[in-house]
Design a protein around this ligand. Structure first.
Ligand SMILES: [Zn+2]
Length: 331
């Protein structure tokens, strides 16, 4: 007698966002060391690295990082061909200028002091300039022998239906952007302007599952859909930031259990991305707690897998997107 498990899967995506703050070869090496320490402790992970093209385009200390990061990414992909190297664009003034465009100061995802373009939203650039930013970033990947990116996230997850449609036209299959940061929680929430400028807000919760992107909205809904683009929402947020569900604090381990239970009960697949920012893996005060949180989460993933009630798989964001597109009956 064999009890057949549902083909539904709990996908775990381990990812990084390269913020573009890294300057100089030494800091880049520290960051790579941080990634490698984490991978040594959790060799089962298949990375989705959301790489920042500022390390390929522009000049000076940011390019020096690229000279360290690119060989790391190439080596990683040679060792694990499933590695997903996506595109994460923060619109720093120097990056925009290197593309021959004039930097814009607004709209921004915060109202803090000028961050040199870090918090400027892609939605504020006209479509012709968005095309330059994305097109040149994709070309820079090719010039550095990195595979063509299919996974995309703009800084502060800035997007709208026009950008989503354009991404699909450029060959992207995966928007890896939906944020779960609720408003009104001191030291956790984005500035109120972020909620006014972008639609994510409380429409994406820690329980949201990946979904086909609609033509007229970036949020989950009944369609009509773009042909191929799938949103993989970042339901576990990143690093060690406290998560909230129904305005109550919740741990990432709890969240992993919720998604596992959802898969078991409904027979539908789900996905929990677990993420870190590159800068926190340099040798600084954040490396130890951020690494410890990721390791604790991945140990919990192993416990869920060992219980045997659901199939657990380490996937990339692009692989989850492929499953949502090609196996709709599982979602
Ligand atoms: Zn970012």
């Amino acid at each position: 007698m064999s009890s057949k498990k549902s083909p539904a899967v709990l996908h775990i995506v381990v990812y990084s966002n390269f913020e573009g703050f890294c300057m100089g070869a030494d800091r880049a090496q520290q960051c790579v060391e941080g990634f490698e320490l984490l991978t040594d402790r959790c060799p089962q992970v298949v990375w989705t690295h959301m790489f920042n093209p500022i390390h390929l385009i522009g000049s000076g200390a940011k390019r020096e990082c690229g000279a360290v990061f690119v060989p790391y990414l190439q080596k990683l992909r040679a060792r694990q061909p499933r590695t997903d190297i996506g595109l994460h664009t923060h619109l720093f003034d120097s990056f925009i200028e290197a593309l021959g465009l004039t930097p814009r100061a607004e709209p921004r995802g915060t109202t803090g002091e000028n961050g040199g373009g870090y918090d400027v939203l892609l939605t504020g650039y006209p479509q012709t300039e968005q095309a330059v930013i994305i097109g040149n970033s994709v070309a820079a990947f090719a010039e550095h022998d990195l595979a063509r990116p299919v996974t995309f996230c703009a800084g502060y997850s800035a997007t709208n239906p026009a950008i989503q449609a354009f991404l699909e036209k450029c060959g992207f299959t995966t928007s890896f952007a939906g944020q779960v940061i609720p408003p009104g929680i001191p030291e956790i929430s984005h500035h109120p302007c972020w909620y006014e400028l972008l639609e994510w807000g409380e429409n994406i919760t820690p329980l949201t599952r990946p979904y086909r992107v609609q033509r007229d909205s970036i949020l989950p809904g009944p369609g009509p859909y773009l042909d191929r683009l799938v949103e993989v929402p970042l339901v576990a947020d990143q690093d060690i930031r406290q998560l909230y569900l129904h305005r109550q604090p919740v741990s990432r381990q709890n969240l992993l259990d919720f998604h596992a239970e959802l898969v078991r009960v409904t027979g539908r697949s789900s996905c929990v991305p677990l993420g870190v920012h590159d800068c926190f893996l340099e040798r600084n005060d954040m490396r130890a707690p951020v690494t410890a949180e990721m390791v604790a989460c991945l140990e919990h993933v192993e416990r869920i897998a060992a219980r045997g009630a659901v199939t657990v798989r380490y996937s990339t964001a692009a692989e989850v997107s492929q499953s949502v597109f090609a196996e709709p009956e599982l979602w």
